[in-house]
Design a binder for this molecule. Structure first.
Ligand code: GYE
Length: 327
């Protein structure tokens, strides 16, 4: 695979700027936003609505557009990258001023992003990164450092389990940046502890139902050897907790469960003693996304990634934080 010739965008220091695309009425070559009758028109291509994290992100983008008087063209791709590509093509045809894209997977975006660039429409990526041949194909990425999230979860588990565990890893959507990187960070964190063994690592597609089904099968295969679960998101962790309980295990006690996202329901599960730890990942990206859109439209240079800082919560600090959770 020619991966080396591609640039992994997250963490790149280079900055790019887009030539200013004026709001409504300027016409020509995209960026006109004419559909809005004076309003700025922005397209948002969302992956789907399969878990509460994603719905929280969608709501944040919609609410921020409304607050700023921006007309938002929203497309839900129902989990299909091809549908995201079609939506982007339709945004170009409609002459939007900017595009916000939450890309399902890391690869396969070059061609469509080149079409967007040719139309002089800036692209702001939210929540997941892409691997592209040319870093000027997007203005910036607003996302968390997923390797760091995985590392925090892994380090916490090494400490909690005294360096010895039989682990089930429930991966996110195959090919998605947070699945790739949360795996990488976690596995690096446990690499120095020979008794931290990953018994199985399978995708649960970031969904509660898949997390539950995969966990049921893995309990049958590995039984009592399982002493820990690392789920790439809270939803799959809840699914795994249900499967463990159905199998007569005690999640949170005889099986340590660690996950990522820091959703309110995960805090509740920590309080109930069924989930042990969650690393937050903020889905409320609307305000930052539209700040970036505004800057890109002014032709300002943006860093290639605006990193969200994430904190780790367990039984020691989750109860105090619970009333403050906004997602
Ligand atoms: O963790 C998960 C969602 O891309 C950061 O995707 C996001 C992840 C998030 O489906 O719950």
């Amino acid at each position: 695979m020619k991966r080396q010739s591609f640039l992994r965008v997250a963490g790149l220091a280079a900055a790019v700027s887009f030539s200013a695309c004026k709001p409504s009425g300027s016409g020509g070559g995209g960026g006109g936003g004419a559909a809005g009758g004076g309003k700025l028109v922005v397209g948002f291509s969302q992956i789907g609505a399969d878990n509460p994290w994603r719905t929280a992100e969608t709501e944040s983008v919609k609410a921020e557009a409304a607050k700023r008087g921006i007309e938002l063209k929203f497309s839900d791709a129902q989990g299909q990258q091809e549908a995201q590509i079609s939506a982007i093509r339709s945004f170009i045809a409609q002459g939007v001023s900017a595009i916000i894209l939450a890309p399902k997977v890391e690869t396969g975006w070059d061609a469509i992003l080149k079409e967007v660039k040719a139309a002089k429409i800036p692209v702001v990526l939210v929540d997941r990164g892409v691997t592209v041949s040319d870093p000027t194909l997007f203005a910036t990425l607003i996302a968390s450092d997923f390797v760091a999230e995985g590392r925090m979860a892994g380090e916490w588990l090494v400490k909690k389990s005294g360096g010895k565990a039989g682990i089930i890893q429930l991966e996110g959507t195959t090919g998605a940046a947070p699945a790739n990187d949360r795996k990488k960070g976690f596995e690096a964190a446990i690499a120095g502890s020979p008794d931290m063994k990953v018994l199985a690592s399978q995708t649960g597609d970031f969904k509660r139902s898949d997390g539950k089904n995969v966990m049921e099968a893995l309990i049958k295969a590995h039984g009592a050897a399982i002493t820990a679960v690392y789920a790439h998101n809270d939803d799959m962790a809840i699914g795994a907790i249900q499967a463990l309980e159905a199998a007569g295990r005690q999640p949170g006690k005889d099986v340590t469960v660690v996950s990522i996202d820091g959703m309110g329901f995960a805090f509740e599960a920590i309080k109930e003693g069924k989930l042990n730890c969650t690393v937050e990942c903020n889905p409320l990206l609307g305000p930052m996304a539209f700040d970036a859109v505004a800057k890109a439209l002014k032709g300002e240079e943006l860093p290639k990634q605006l990193v969200q800082e994430d904190r780790l919560f367990d039984e020691t600090n989750a109860p105090a934080e619970l009333p403050n959770r906004k997602y």
